[in-house]
Design a protein around this ligand. Structure first.
Ligand code: ATP
Ligand code: MG
Length: 380
């Protein structure tokens, strides 16, 4: 057995294939499995169809030592994940008296249990039940022929609770996995391709055993080094990238742009900060209030003005010694929007224009991060 076993994720539910439900379970599980030390090699969304699911279980199990499926454990006729896995393994479903008793107990408070729920007490011989403290569907842990298949309910709160209370620790023990070593360099103000060009071999020629990825997020472009074998090399690469990128890199790993800007303001003597923003629907105030409040700076709150309003015409907050102002213009025809940013008071920063890309909430958050980045750069 390798130390980074392959894992596949199956998301069951016809509503995932019609766009009615966004598959957040797969995103959650992919992140969790990767952090535990598995290599996620595939994610599939599948309809509530017995034959399709049976084949999908069989295929995934033939390829990968771990398969984690969510959904299809409900009481209705279209929930067939148990039946499908039973068929794939050639095992018989029978009613488990202990599971039935637990279900009846769970329903006692509400009156009689609907007979349909008895389905959720069915089990194959190889399945160990995974308790579900907040729902009626128990999960299944099936460890057979050297392969593990885990069935979890589709309801995200139930799935996450069972994952963190039961499944994660069992998987770690069963597979002996170790979390990979991850270093992230966080940058702002440079596009992905320009950044890639500047990084050169730090991006294209990582040493053996280190993987590198670059991806854009709302708080800038991240460069990510992952390794399972050579932590020192990943640390060296991250440090070299930070040095090369100078002020365009604002930190590593958990660095938070809002937190950094708040500390910069506090260092320069600001005690009470207000914000005025237009066109951003309050994205700046939201980011600041979500940031760790450890700088000693007091957030007085913010004015949120409709798009098109000039933030400089807003009345100043009387108790503030610094007011961060952001005007976000409407996007142009190429998906870019101009952002006007300045800081009034003590300290102050002269107005400047920057550009952000994107649409929807991402565009608003990027404008807010752009304002925080200007504060960080100017008040270093
Ligand atoms: P339960 O056993 O708790 O009754 P289930 O296993 O039958 O649930 P589904 O009926 O498939 O699960 O889904 C229940 C709800 O959970 C869906 O209506 C949907 O809102 C949510 N859900 C299901 N799958 C996903 C998913 N992959 N990502 C996000 N939400 C999901
Ligand atoms: Mg379902």
């Amino acid at each position: 057995m390798t130390h980074f076993p392959a894992a596949e994720i199956l998301s069951v539910g016809s509503e995932l294939l019609t766009g009615e439900t966004v598959d957040t379970n797969a995103a959650f599980l992919a992140g969790e499995l990767t952090r535990l030390g598995f290599e996620v090699t595939g994610v599939r969304q599948l309809p509530d169809d017995l034959a399709t699911l049976r084949d999908a279980f069989a295929e995934a199990r033939s390829r990968s030592p771990l398969v984690v499926a969510t959904g299809g454990l409900g009481p209705t006729h279209d929930d067939v994940s148990r039946e499908a896995l039973a068929e794939a393994l050639g095992e018989q479903l029978t009613r488990d008296p202990a599971l039935e008793a637990a279900l009846r107990e769970r329903f006692r408070a509400y009156g009689n249990m609907p007979e349909a729920n008895l389905k959720q007490a069915m089990r194959i011989p190889s399945a160990q039940p995974i308790p579900n403290p907040i729902g009626s569907a128990p999960g299944w842990w099936v460890d057979l022929d050297g392969r593990v298949t885990v069935l979890l309910p589709g309801v995200p709160s139930e799935m996450r609770r069972m994952w963190s209370e039961e499944v994660a620790a069992r998987l770690t023990a069963r597979f002996g996995v170790q979390p990979p070593h991850v270093r992230v360099v966080k940058t702002f103000g440079v596009g992905e391709s320009a950044l890639a060009e500047r990084l050169g071999s730090l991006l294209t020629e990582p040493p053996h055993g280190v993987r590198v990825g670059i991806y854009a997020r709302d708080d800038g472009v991240n460069v990510r080094y992952t390794t399972r074998t050579d932590a020192a090399a990943a640390d060296r690469l991250a440090a070299a990238a930070c040095e090369l990128l100078e002020s365009d890199a604002y930190g590593t790993d958990g660095a938070d742009l809002a937190d950094i800007a708040l500390h910069a303001l506090a260092r320069r003597g600001a005690r009470r900060l207000a914000t005025v923003e237009s066109g951003t629907a309050g994205a700046l105030a939201a980011l600041l209030s979500d940031a760790p409040q450890e700088s000693g700076l007091m957030l007085l709150g913010g004015l949120v003005l409709p798009a098109g309003t000039d933030a400089s015409t807003a009345p100043a907050a009387p108790a503030a010694d610094a007011t961060l102002c952001v005007d976000l213009d409407a996007p142009d025809g190429h998906g870019r929007s101009r952002v006007h940013v300045w800081l009034d008071g003590r300290p102050s920063v002269q107005a400047r224009w920057v550009r952000v890309h994107g649409s929807g909430p991402q565009r608003l958050r990027r404008a807010a991060y752009a304002a925080l980045d200007i504060v960080r750069r100017e008040l270093r």
